[in-house]
Design a protein around this ligand. Sequence first.
Ligand SMILES: [Zn+2]
Length: 425
Amino acid sequence: MQDTLILKGHILHTPSPTQLVAISHGYIVAVDGVVVYCGKTLPSSYEGLPVVDYGDQLIIPGFVDTHAHAPQYCNRGLGMDKELLPWLETYTFPEETKFNDPEYARLVYSAFVRDLWRHGTTRSILFGTIHKDSTVVLMKLLEEAGLSALVGKVNMDRNSPDFLIETTEQSLADTKAWLEASKSFGPLVKPIITPRFVPSCTSELMRGLGELAKEYDVPVQSHLSENYGEIEWVSALHPESDSYTDVYYEHQLMGQTPTVMAHCIHLSDEEMDRMEETQTMVSHCPYSNVNLSSGIAPIRKLLEHHIPVGLGSDISGGHAVSMAKVLMEAIGLSKMKWVEVDNQYAPLTLREAFYLATKGGGTFFGKVGSFEEGYELDALIIDDTSMFDANERSLEERLERWIYIGDDRHIMKRYVAGRLVEEPK
Ligand SMILES: [Zn+2]
């Protein structure tokens, strides 16, 4: 039997980076979780069906976080005086070791999943740790919560501390066992192959992971070109490759199944060509660009290169779970890049950044992040009436205001694939 959901309210979404659709008191009709209509008047074929009327509230697409480390949830706001490599050694690796214990994982992951829900992140692309059982715990919690995610068991078999390293054989065997275990999950939660980054993975491991990605037809995520020290390290480890990007490419970790790479701050033009050719998505993580003094990713240039871009919180290189705040920071950083570094590339507009935080990242999940026909209905209901304003505002102005000065307390409801999602227990 078909399940029809009709929402009414002030609808806002961005079918393209330059187009913001705003419909006052409009309707969204979804059948079996997929949008079949979005417009000003309810089609006659749906008259008489129940309508969930949100009155003067805003209806926007759910947010998509394309890069976060779930096990680093407790580390938010720590170690911000360090750059990437010492930060990893001092804070990240010791914390991730604790996820050897699935009970510790359950404790932290439960809080993290609740925070994703709270901030309206309906889809996320997540790193777990090297521990397969704890990664399955995270996937179960997400599925129970009704949130959608791609979750990765991390792989590391070199240049890692003794307490957080696998042998190549164990890493591949555990990954295969975890991919098998992942088959028991429904459509909302799926696995993603996750080499931590090139310095942590031998060629043999990367090659094996590329083969598993193909065998199981799953996407790939990793880190690319975040920090100058990291880039030099990769070049010393792989003198046979022309670039950091090409190391992934040559190991079948790009261009085979869909790939998302976090950061991509310092790519050469040749690397951008490779990203474009393979349609590899960049996860832009503005807060961690700043916090770890990594640099400002050239988002305008990446977009002009026709490279897909989404936004990421990068918990805990980034400190904020809220994608509304992440998109605000993406705008701010792009302004600094423009005025301080290169006035050739215009700053991101609100529309563009909102697009990146919804449909931009959503494309990695398929038809997600917009209310166009055929898109899965992920939506947030925003009540901004408590944010005092003595003036009449357009819907776009109300959205902008909420992004800048609002917070999760104004998110009244969340829908994922047409289903209302209540607060996780
Ligand atoms: Zn990361």
